[in-house]
Structures are given as structure tokens and as C-alpha cells.
Design a protein around this ligand. Sequence first.
Ligand SMILES: *[C@@H]1O[C@H](CO)[C@@H](O)[C@H](O)[C@H]1NC(C)=O
Ligand SMILES: *[C@@H]1O[C@H](CO)[C@@H](O)[C@H](O)[C@H]1NC(C)=O
Ligand SMILES: *[C@@H]1O[C@H](CO)[C@@H](O)[C@H](O)[C@H]1NC(C)=O
Ligand SMILES: *[C@@H]1O[C@H](CO)[C@@H](O)[C@H](O)[C@H]1NC(C)=O
Ligand SMILES: *[C@@H]1O[C@H](CO)[C@@H](O)[C@H](O)[C@H]1NC(C)=O
Ligand SMILES: *[C@@H]1O[C@H](CO)[C@@H](O)[C@H](O)[C@H]1NC(C)=O
Ligand SMILES: *[C@@H]1O[C@H](CO)[C@@H](O)[C@H](O)[C@H]1NC(C)=O
Ligand SMILES: *[C@@H]1O[C@H](CO)[C@@H](O)[C@H](O)[C@H]1NC(C)=O
Ligand SMILES: *[C@@H]1O[C@H](CO)[C@@H](O)[C@H](O)[C@H]1NC(C)=O
Ligand SMILES: *[C@@H]1O[C@H](CO)[C@@H](O)[C@H](O)[C@H]1NC(C)=O
Ligand SMILES: *[C@@H]1O[C@H](CO)[C@@H](O)[C@H](O)[C@H]1NC(C)=O
Length: 857
Amino acid sequence: MWPGWPGLVAIGAASAVKADLAYSPPFYPSPWASGQGEWAVAHQRAVEFVSNLTLAEKVNLTTGVGWQEESCVGESGSIPRLGFWGICTQDSPLGVRFGDYVSAFPAGVNVAATWDRSLAYLRGRAMGEEHRDKGVDVQLGPVAGPLGRHPDGGRNWEGFSPDPVLTGVMMAETIKGIQDAGVIACAKHFIGNEQEHFRQSSEAQGYGYNITESVSSNIDDKTLHELYLWPFADAVRAGVGSVMCSYNQVNNSYSCSNSYLLNKVLKAELGFQGFVMTDWGAHHGGVSTAFAGLDMPMPGDVAFGSGTSFWGTNLTAAVLNGTIPEWRIDDMAVRIMSAFYKVGRDAVRTPPNFNSWTTAEFGPLHAQAGPEYGWGKVNERVNVRGQHAQVIRAIGSSSTVLLKNNGALPLTGKERFVAVLGEDAGSNAYGANGCDDRGCDNGTLAMGWGSGTTNFPYLVTPEQAIQNQVIQNGLGEGEVYAVTDNGAIKQMVDLASQASVSLVFVNADSGEGYINVDGNEGDRKNLTLWKNGEAVIKNVTANCNNTVVVIHSVGPVLIGEWYDHPNVTAILWAGVPGQESGNSLVDVLYGKVSTGAKTPFTWGKTREAYGESLLVEPNNGVGAPQDDFTEGVFIDYRHFDKNDETPIYEFGYGLSYTTFSYSNLQVQALNPLPYKPVTGKTGPAPSLGSAGKASDDLYPSGLRKVAKYIYPWLNSTDLKASSGDPDYGLDTLVYIPAGASDGSPQPILPAGGGPGGNPGLYDELFWVSATITNTGDVIGDEYVSLGGPDEPKVVLRGFNRYTLGPGQQAVWTASLTRRDLSNWDPETQNWYISKYPKTVYVGSSSRNLPLNATLPL
Ligand SMILES: *[C@@H]1O[C@H](CO)[C@@H](O)[C@H](O)[C@H]1NC(C)=O
Ligand SMILES: *[C@@H]1O[C@H](CO)[C@@H](O)[C@H](O)[C@H]1NC(C)=O
Ligand SMILES: *[C@@H]1O[C@H](CO)[C@@H](O)[C@H](O)[C@H]1NC(C)=O
Ligand SMILES: *[C@@H]1O[C@H](CO)[C@@H](O)[C@H](O)[C@H]1NC(C)=O
Ligand SMILES: *[C@@H]1O[C@H](CO)[C@@H](O)[C@H](O)[C@H]1NC(C)=O
Ligand SMILES: *[C@@H]1O[C@H](CO)[C@@H](O)[C@H](O)[C@H]1NC(C)=O
Ligand SMILES: *[C@@H]1O[C@H](CO)[C@@H](O)[C@H](O)[C@H]1NC(C)=O
Ligand SMILES: *[C@@H]1O[C@H](CO)[C@@H](O)[C@H](O)[C@H]1NC(C)=O
Ligand SMILES: *[C@@H]1O[C@H](CO)[C@@H](O)[C@H](O)[C@H]1NC(C)=O
Ligand SMILES: *[C@@H]1O[C@H](CO)[C@@H](O)[C@H](O)[C@H]1NC(C)=O
Ligand SMILES: *[C@@H]1O[C@H](CO)[C@@H](O)[C@H](O)[C@H]1NC(C)=O
């Protein structure tokens, strides 16, 4: 309709397309940062910095300079006058993407499986240090979207767990780690980004689906708050500096144009003080997105390499022509600089010393524009790994879940004949980094594929590490052989029939939608093992009565055909553990570390047992596919519990080499102040300067423009001509959201008022304690039943990991906050505690909860 205004059309006219489509209500104006809480000092410094900037300089801070125009995957413009180089944003959630001499960390799903806050923090800290020393300002992670609605969702492994509390805790710890190292973290992808299929219409078209708009995740407000938003609230509470809006639409409004999500939920309700950036190419409108709460489009151009931008020159023009108020552009810049100062970037900043677009030492300075625009040293080969291999190895072993053990593990080291069987034990014949963005499944699986990856500095395979161990054990005694061709069944069977123990390696991979591996377009097309894995297991178990199966996978796989076979004496899930894979595994196999990992997702008998399938066929003509989240909060274990569906291994399951028990549950009621909806108003929008006149913002004469680069300047004082938008000036004819430019004091939301929402939500209502007696490494979990008829049977609310010596006891204490016991009420737009009796449970998994007590509410 109005090609220049897709965001506005999405907001204003979505319901006109099809009357019954889900709808996202408008919320304006976009809240301005207040510097509340621990943001005060950073906010003040940001205000001072921004007060000094010209309009073009402010626009530069906000807008990416275009795809592949600088070293990082996205960079904003610079402020040469103040010696401020552009803000470098870089993937990924598990390390420095495209880096050399960087570490390949375990994926988020492994961190979740450790249930260990301190390991999550240490990994975040180590990743932050690596980004910092490579010159990165913003690390694009961690991930809480996808949360894991679907077990076969392609990018689940980048995040943590389908449980919002486990994910929320790991998000917060990771963010603190990254930001303590002096780098801005980015909580992503906000929100409802639960599948790869149809996340972008162009990508879908490439796969032959004729759709013109991205999928709409249709999520009701209760489900949004109680499930998908929960970990983002923890991220905001942890002080996260940036949030990335996602590719998909939510209730038929693009996430990055969605005023309900960005203005209301994220900024007004959760009190987010940092900046919102788009996913790469998720920017769909100019003025509309500025009003909807976006602060930084990345990589900045309308389409990769288009040389045009919805912002840049257009944003300058929009402020000059009075459409966007000065306070909104000031707020964007203040939010960006607040995050910058909050993590102390000014104290530790070095310019990027690596390049995302070439591995050569010398190359073009602006890869998109070409070598004629500058050539130089682009990779300085700075080694940033430090001692991070230690934490990588520790997370790898601490996240390896012992699913079955008939006494086969730990290995004694006296096994005379060890057979290592399966392609997943060995090297990638193409090299560990031989497939772009890890887009293949050759050799052992230690990372999924897509932008959420990094280069391996090396990859210790299980084959290498086990062989080394057997040689060390054996004093010339042990034999060890590996067959890593899954077609060589005969050779495997020969070894298996002689082996003291057969270690069988199988895997299942997934990744991001732009790469198709073996027919998997990001999302997995099934939950079965890859590469003939099941046949390998069956042939080996038929011939070896001591078969240990090791699974490297991005999530659950179907194991029903063989897990209870008597010759399968142990099963380990090792996830996607990163560069130290083999070493971490040997630590567990030989009992060098105590096992305490627990599965962060449910292992169902079938795909159907999980409920809701991925949406893999468009269901709305060429319009946005409509993905209704009708299951509400019932995903993963909540779904299994609700449907009396018995899983093979439930959420939280994991064996130990020792035993432990829980006793003496005590509940102590505390006396917090009553919950009060927040009232009152914000201050007025601060204005830090005036737009000035168009003649101040013309391209400097004599500037040699870099081809396709996004600048903030105007070609001429004729704004319409400078914009080049055929629809320029049609605002009055199109929909401008009511109240969008109102800078007067605004009501504070009842559920708002502090970082992560109303401060009363975080009041502690109860202390819960229990005694854990143990002879090893143990995790205690605390679950709650909210009691209502439409509630999950139990929901995880807390956990702690302890390492206890033989016979030792620990008294575990945890609190329950008001948030832990509340439901979201869409009517009052606030949290409340229902009248139903509530019970607290303590135990080791979602289905092993030996202790319980009623909460005296
Ligand atoms: C603003 O600019 C002036 C003049 O360039 C300089 O003296 C002052 O320190 C600057 N203030 C900030 C906060 O950058
Ligand atoms: C905007 O950023 C670009 C790229 O870094 C730079 O060339 C230009 O000088 C900056 N403009 C202003 C007004 O600072
Ligand atoms: C996509 O659908 C539209 C509307 O039905 C049709 O006009 C167009 O030809 C289709 N394109 C392709 C590539 O099939
Ligand atoms: C301004 O935005 C419109 C789309 O809204 C785009 O077509 C045009 O190229 C942009 N102008 C510049 C200078 O990037
Ligand atoms: C102001 O500028 C923006 C950006 O180019 C443009 O989209 C909008 O239509 C303009 N509005 C008016 C009233 O000129
Ligand atoms: C490696 O991966 C590629 C891409 O999936 C595949 O075509 C090739 O067969 C694999 N090669 C080996 C040796 O595994
Ligand atoms: C499931 O997908 C994997 C990976 O593409 C493939 O190897 C396997 O054969 C598929 N399983 C079934 C049952 O089709
Ligand atoms: C052994 O492997 C072969 C080849 O993949 C397969 O056809 C056969 O079914 C397997 N045997 C068993 C017992 O599963
Ligand atoms: C496996 O079979 C061997 C003989 O082939 C026997 O000595 C051993 O006890 C068996 N192990 C188990 C775990 O059944
Ligand atoms: C278990 O392995 C032994 C070889 O050690 C084999 O004789 C037996 O048939 C296997 N059992 C089953 C159920 O496959
Ligand atoms: C601005 O001028 C440049 C030439 O300097 C031209 O390439 C570009 O298309 C112009 N932009 C618009 C929107 O007309």
C-alpha cells in the first residue's frame, strides 16, 4: 500500500487484512530513559555526552552503517569530532563469531544443564573478556527467545531451557558476567521467535514458500508474561544494556515496530533503560519504528547492501521536518550511551582488531564497498583466549547428563579393549571450521549452525581424548580402536563383539534458518538421530553387552527404540559442549568429576507427546502465517504433566554416581509490605538540544562517500529530495499513532516502577529450607504449584547446586518471591496472587519431589 511505511501498515491496518487476526494494541509515546536504580550515574554521563552532539551525530550513534561496511557484523556511525569510533556489535551467544584466536564455548543449553549459577557467570565473564579484547562493544547474546516452545526449534540450543526460571537465572548470570568484563550484553530475540520457518519472508521465499510477510506469533498477554517474557524481566533486572527485537511479528505487528512490546512491556513495564536494536534486517519502517521504541537498526540498510536506510538520512529528515520530536532522538542516543557507560566501556575500549569478512591479514576496510575504498591490515591476530579452556572444560563435564547407568560408569581404567564407534566421535574431515557457520554435521557435534557460532581454535574430539586416556591408563595394557564411518557397520560389529566396553557416539544437529543441512531448514525436520545413528546403536548392542551411548544433540532426540535395551549399560547426553568436548567427556566417563548435570528439557517418547508442532506450511495465503500459541504456558514438562504423558526422562532428571536424600522441609512466612500497584507519573521528556536547520546537516563538501555506506547527512536542504522516498510527506494521509510525539509526563504502569517491573514483585514472601544428605554432587530444586485449575501441575521456581563429600549434609535455603506465586491479570494489567491454595515442593526433578508443604498465605 505505502511501501515506505510497512511498519505503520502493520500497526494500523493488520486487522483490515482478515478481521479475526490477532492484534497488538498501540502504546505511545515511547518511554524516555529515567536513569532509575543502578543506571543513575551512567544515565547522567550519557545525558552530558549527548547534550554536546549535533543532530547528525546523534543519528550516527543510532544507525548501522550498512552490511559488511566495517569489521564487525554491525557497526553504528562514529563521532569523529569527539574521537568516538562506531559501536561494534558482534555475534554470538557462545563466543566471538568470525574471530581468530578466540574460544568456542559450550552452548547455552549446556549451561542450563549444569544448573550452576557460578559456571554461567564465569562463562559470561570469559566471553565478555574475549569480546572486549577483540574490540567489541556489544556481544549479541545471551538468548531467551527461542525459549523452546518446540523441541525441534532450530535455535533452542543457543538459549538455555524451555523453563523460564532456569533460563531467566542463566540469562541474568551470563549478562552480569559479560557486562562485568566491560562489554554490553544483548538479550535476544525479543520475542516469540520460536521457530525458524517463516521468520523472514525473503528467506521463506528462498525455500519456495510464497509469503510476503513474516510469521506472526500470536501470544495472549498472560502467556506472554508468565512464560516468554519472564527471562527477559530477569535480564532487565540484571541490568542488560541492550535488547534485540526479533524477525517475527507478534500479534501481527513486527517485533521491531511493535509499540506494545517495545514501548509498553519492555520500556514502561520492565523499566528497561538500555537500547533496543533490530535483528539483522528486521527493520521494517522509518518513522513508525522510532515511535514504536526502536533505538538502533542493524546493520542499518533497508536491505543488505542496498545503500539506503529507513533511518540515517531519513531519521535526520524526520527530526528536521518535525515528525519525530527532538526528545525521541535524544532518548535513543542517551539509551545507547547509558549502556556504554554502565558497563564501563570508556575505561576498557580498544578499536576492533579483527574482521568478520576475511580471514586474511590484509583486506578491504569496507568489504561491501570494495577494495577501492581502502585497504589495510584488518586482522591483527590478537589471542584473547586466556585460561578460558578451563571453564569450557568444566562446563562441558558439569553439563553432561547421566541418563542411564547400570553400573557401567564410571569406567575403571582397567578396560582392556575400548571400542569408540560412530562418526560423532571423530573429526570433521573438512576441518573443525570447514563448513561455513558450522553448517554441516560432519564428525563430532560440538556446536549447532548459524550466526550463533564461532570458530573453533581447536576441537578435542572424543576419539582423541579417549585414546589418550586409555594409553595413560593402560601401562601398555589397554587397546583402543575407533570406527568413525557410520556406514562401516561390519567393522563396528567386529570391534563391538571383542570390546570390554563400546562407546557409541550419535548426534542430532540444528541451527539458523538461512542454512539448510540435509533438508533441515534451521528447524529439525524430525527428532530422530542423524546419520544412521539408530542403526549403529542397534548393531552394536546386538553384539556387545556393555554399550555406553553418548548423545551430542541440540535438544531431545527419540531414544525409545533402544534406551532400555539390556546391553545399553549407560547413556550420556553431552549437548553441544564446544572446543573441549572430548576432554569434558573423559572427565565424566572416568569419574574424574562428580556427575550432577540434569536435563534442561523433557525427553518424550514421540514428537507428538510434546504437543504443538512447528508451523511448516503457510496458513494465511501469501500473508503472514498465523502461529497461534493456543497451548498457553503449557510447553515441555508442563504439557506432559497436563496431559498425563509419561516421558522417558523428565525435565530435571539426571543420575549421579552417588545417592542423596531430601528431608526436613521448613517454610517460614516473611512479612513483606502489601503489593501496591505503582501510581504517579514520569517526568516530562528531557530535550537535550534543538534540531537546528537542514543546512547544518548537509554532506560535507569534498567527502568521498564510501559506496553503499549509510550516513546521517542530507544531499540538499530539500528534505524530500534527500530522502528519496516517493511517499515522503504523506504522514498526514497515513496513520501517525495518537500520542506518539507527546513528551508530557506519562502515567507509570501499575506493574512498572523498577527494573524488571514493580519492585514489590521481588519481595520475598517465604523462606524455604530443606536438608540434603549426599555423597556427591547434587542439585536441589524447588517447584511450586499455583493451585488453580488452569495452572501447570508444578513450575520450577528455584534451584541450587551443591558439591558435598560422602555423608555430608547441607541445609538448602531458598526464597519465594511474590512474582514466584503470582499470575498475570490481563484485565488489570498487573500481577496478583490467586485464592487457590499453593504448595511448595522440593526434590531433584519435575517428577521426583519427595517433600512438600502448603504455603500459609
Ligand atoms: C562538550 O564539548 C565541549 C567543547 O567541545 C567540551 O569542552 C566538553 O567537555 C564537552 N562535554 C562533554 C560532556 O563531552
Ligand atoms: C558518521 O559516521 C561516519 C562513519 O563512521 C563518519 O564517516 C561520519 O563522519 C560521521 N558523521 C558525523 C556527523 O559525525
Ligand atoms: C505468489 O502469490 C501471488 C498471489 O497469489 C502471485 O501473484 C504470485 O505469482 C506468486 N508468486 C510465486 C513466485 O509463486
Ligand atoms: C528513506 O526511506 C525510504 C523507505 O522508507 C527509502 O526508500 C529511501 O531510500 C530512504 N532514503 C535514504 C536516503 O536512504
Ligand atoms: C519527514 O521525514 C520522514 C523521513 O524521511 C518522512 O518519512 C516523513 O514523511 C516526513 N514527514 C513530513 C511531514 O514531511
Ligand atoms: C561434510 O559435510 C558436507 C555438507 O553437509 C557433506 O556434503 C559431506 O558429505 C560431508 N563430508 C564428510 C566427509 O563427512
Ligand atoms: C531425520 O533427519 C535426519 C537429519 O536430516 C536424517 O538423517 C534422518 O534420516 C531423519 N529421520 C527420519 C526417520 O527420516
Ligand atoms: C544394522 O545396520 C544395518 C545397516 O545400516 C541396518 O540395515 C540394520 O537394520 C541394523 N541392524 C539392526 C539390528 O538394527
Ligand atoms: C558380558 O559378557 C561377558 C562374556 O562375554 C561376561 O563376562 C560379562 O559378565 C558380561 N557383562 C555384563 C555386564 O553382563
Ligand atoms: C547382548 O550382547 C551379547 C554379546 O555380549 C549378545 O550375545 C546378546 O544377544 C545381546 N543381547 C541382546 C538382547 O541383543
Ligand atoms: C544523494 O546524492 C548522491 C550523489 O552524491 C546520489 O547517489 C544519491 O542517490 C542521492 N540520494 C537521493 C536520495 O537522491
